[in-house]
Ligand binder design. Structure first.
Ligand SMILES: [Zn+2]
Length: 276
């Protein structure tokens, strides 16, 4: 039977958000510099979707220097600067996480170029062609970086040294690359490894990726009652309610979400999976 999100009880998410507003802390993403409100550690970064564990004050100046600078550039809308900075960070330390952040910077840049396309131009629209070309170029750079990160993670798996967080990262890399079958395989692996909140989150991302919004809603109801839900999950629930035509529940929940979750820090999710 198809899960009906119209009958879904959203009050538990409203309560969860209110609780987060009162009791939670902000965790700092050591990958992209975003601060994410979280009820439990680890949480999920609302921008890059990697796990976040520490508060800013718990980290050393060394840990925060690249991510803080990266985040400031993005916040200022300087995507080209964020691309350059993350290129340098990869050159210094070629980890799969750094390649992933570098790829996301390219994707943001690509999206920005698309947003500059206008259909109100007179004449031959040369300007639009330039934006379209720049966007395609940025996107293919992003794919290259994603592939580099994928091969590092896959090498770790074949060594037998892959942790849950590597499998989770590999899952995200496949999702961003649009590779459905490999993403599904990583998801199965996360389940096998008892990936907990990461598995739960990844499952929603996967259903959303394949356009199965009923699946997003039914998997959210399966974990009802748990407080160990990454708040970023709620973004996918709102999207699924909306896509399934449950506009009033979607509207109520997104109003509550934006009270507690900084819309700027989740901008990437919004452009990736749709506005809330
Ligand atoms: Zn992040």
């Amino acid at each position: 039977m198809m899960f009906d999100g119209g009958l879904m009880d959203i009050s538990k998410y409203v309560k969860l958000l209110a609780m987060a507003g009162k009791n939670s802390r902000h965790l700092f993403c050591t990958n992209c510099g975003t601060e994410t409100l979280s009820l439990s550690a680890p949480g999920i970064c609302s921008w890059c979707e990697l796990p976040v564990t520490f508060s800013y004050d718990d980290l050393s100046a060394d840990d925060v220097s690249f991510p803080s600078a990266f985040r400031s550039l993005l916040q200022a809308g300087n995507c080209a600067g964020a691309v350059e900075l993350s290129e340098n960070a990869v050159a210094k330390s070629p980890t799969p996480e750094r390649f992933y952040i570098n790829a996301l910077a390219y994707i943001s840049s690509s999206n920005k170029e698309v947003s500059l396309i206008t259909y109100n131009l007179k004449g031959f629209m040369e300007e639009n062609i330039l934006h379209r070309d720049a966007s395609a170029k940025m996107f293919s750079s992003a794919k290259l970086k994603l592939n580099k990160a994928i091969s590092i993670c896959e090498a770790e798996i074949s060594n037998g040294s892959a942790s849950i967080s590597t499998i989770y990262l590999l899952f995200l890399l496949y999702v961003k690359s649009g590779k459905v079958r490999p993403a599904e395989k990583s998801l199965e692996k996360l389940k096998e490894m008892k990936g907990g909140a990461l598995y739960y989150y990844a499952r929603m991302v996967f259903y959303s990726m394949i356009g199965d919004f009923g699946g997003v809603l039914s998997s959210s109801s399966e974990s009802a009652g748990s407080e160990n839900i990454p708040l970023a999950t709620i973004h996918y629930i709102i999207l699924a309610l909306f896509k399934n035509g449950h506009y009033s529940n979607a509207k109520i929940l997104s109003g509550e979400f934006l009270k507690y979750v900084d819309s700027d820090s989740s901008k990437y999710l919004q452009t990736e999976i749709g506005p809330i």
